[in-house]
Design a protein around this ligand. Structure first.
Ligand code: C2O
Ligand code: CU
Length: 494
């Protein structure tokens, strides 16, 4: 063998040694053309008992989430028809942007119900090419009604329809949005507000506080509230008590503050216990999160203003009255200490399972694409943890972030309560949430009751991040999904 030949062989061997592991990593990251959400993760039992096999369909005596749905048959109390379209969205200013509408508008119509009422939403897809699905963000509905394409249903293709039926479980401020190709469809406006009233306020006459919606959304980068790029005005008498229901539908954090003192009466649809009067502080809103501010229209005939980031807000008061545009306070309401303690209804000191959700970022392949991707507990898709619980468990979860960016974490089907942040214990009202901003370097200790069997997404609500792999699932032992993800299925929830 000549020296030249030897050198060539050595070079080839070296290249192979370098490329082969990369090739293997690339190959291992490829997702099948059709797969179950339940195959996408490494089961983590959190120190609790290990049950049957969890891979889709392998479990003996496994129950499909469809069979778990307890929703009664019979006529609904609230019926809503929603027709989705793709195309131009006309903002209240008259400006038009590309996006999606429900019943010809975005945001879609307000869906309103009372606790205990049977809600029926008939969703029709007119022409949204990629298909659609509707998720009831923050409403702890039965799993089969959760509206996640490929996990709890198939995407509704153009010309198709799907009926959702669920009994309104809890009062509060919520919203609904597409959970098919959500990174595009939610940004494009396939969403709307949802309010559930407490039973004693079933009749509008029984409500002495005026409800005002304030749904924030960026359309093609333009900040709006209730579709208005500026100030949305609502009429009210002097002295009227008002509840402003603020919803953040964007991928990034928002904040809300007011021209008058207010109380933060609810967070993520759950009442705050003994909320104190807030002055000169703003409330932060994670992506997907809600905050209800209660305040009073001044007696002197002027209006009150509630402001959000981007120069938008709502102004409530008598016709023609205006309010000063309040500067954004530097300080924030800290939910760790706001309000007064109350019973949690669960004992977090004796959890049945403990999980870690540690968010990082590292280079690798995501379905064959090289890049810098989000990791959970050091792993990338498809090796993220699959959190396994049983009904009746008390679960503790540590959410930690060292990824360089903030992540608004959202667990479907459950509300969790914050126990501590960076080791500092919560001392205020129980801080129940479904959307929680975990900033870079932060660590939250949270707990929840496993009381809603199914297969639930637990993901970042910055929907670009979800698309970049920041999605895990919480599954109940013995529950399976008949739906499929992957190219062949047509289901792309992110
Ligand atoms: Cu509001 Cu899985 O989302
Ligand atoms: Cu994120």
């Amino acid at each position: 063998m000549t020296r030249g030949r030897l050198r060539l062989l050595l070079a080839a061997a070296l290249t192979l040694a370098l490329v082969a592991p990369l090739g293997w990593l690339w190959w291992a990251s490829l997702l099948p053309a059709s797969y179950s959400a339940m195959e996408m993760g490494v089961p983590d039992h959190g120190g609790g008992p290990v049950g049957r096999a969890h891979a889709a369909g392998h479990g003996t005596g496994a129950t499909s989430l469809v069979e778990l749905d307890p929703t009664p048959t019979g006529p609904a109390d609230v019926r809503v028809d929603l027709v989705a379209r793709q195309g131009r969205v006309r903002l209240a200013s008259g400006e038009e942007v590309d996006g999606y509408t429900l019943n010809g508008r975005s945001p879609g119509p307000l869906v309103e119900a009372t606790v205990g009422q049977l809600v029926e939403v008939r969703l029709r897809n007119d022409d949204v090419a990629g298909g659609i699905a509707l998720h009831w963000h923050g409403v702890d509905v039965p799993n089969a009604q959760d509206g996640v394409a490929g996990v709890t249903q198939d995407a509704v293709m153009p010309g198709g329809s799907h009926t959702y039926r669920w009994v309104a479980p809890d009062a509060g401020t919520f919203w609904y949005h597409s959970h098919q190709l959500s990174h595009a469809q939610v940004t494009g406006g396939l969403l709307g507000p949802l309010v559930i009233h407490p039973e004693e306020q079933r009749e509008p006459a029984a409500r002495d506080v005026l409800d005002v919606g304030a749904l924030a959304h960026l359309y093609a980068g333009e900040p709006t509230v209730n579709g208005v790029a500026g100030v949305d005005r609502v009429g009210a008498e002097p002295g009227q008590r008002v509840r402003v229901r603020v919803v953040n539908t964007d991928n990034g954090p928002n904040a809300v503050w007011a021209s008058a003192a207010y109380r933060l009466v609810a967070v993520d649809g759950v009442d705050v216990h003994q909320p104190g009067v807030v002055e000169d502080r703003a409330v932060g809103l994670p992506a997907g999160g809600r905050a209800d501010l209660e305040l009073e229209v001044p007696a002197d005939g002027s209006a009150v203003r509630v402001s959000l980031l981007g120069g938008v807000g709502v102004e409530v008061g008598p016709e023609g009255a205006s309010a000063p545009d309040p500067p954004q306070p530097e300080r924030r309401v800290d939910l760790l200490t706001y309000g007064a303690p109350a019973d949690l209804g669960l004992d977090p000191a004796r959890p049945n399972r403990r999980f870690e959700y540690s968010i990082g970022r590292r280079p690798g392949f995501l379905d064959g694409r090289p890049g810098l991707w989000w990791s959970v507990n050091g792993e990338l898709v498809p090796d993220l943890p699959m959190y396994v619980v049983r009904e009746g468990d008390v679960v503790r979860l540590t959410i930690e972030n060292h990824s360089g960016q903030v992540h608004p974490m959202h667990l479907h089907g459950h509300h969790a309560v914050v126990l501590a942040r960076d080791g500092e214990r919560a001392t205020g009202s129980p801080w129940w949430f479904d959307s929680l901003d975990v900033a870079d370097g932060e660590s939250y200790e949270v707990a929840f009751a496993a009381d809603n069997p199914g297969v639930w997404m637990d993901h970042c609500h910055n929907l670009q991040h979800a698309r970049e792999g920041l999605v895990t699932h919480l599954m109940y032992d013995g529950v399976t999904t008949p739906y499929r993800l992957g190219e062949d299925s047509g289901n792309v929830p992110e």
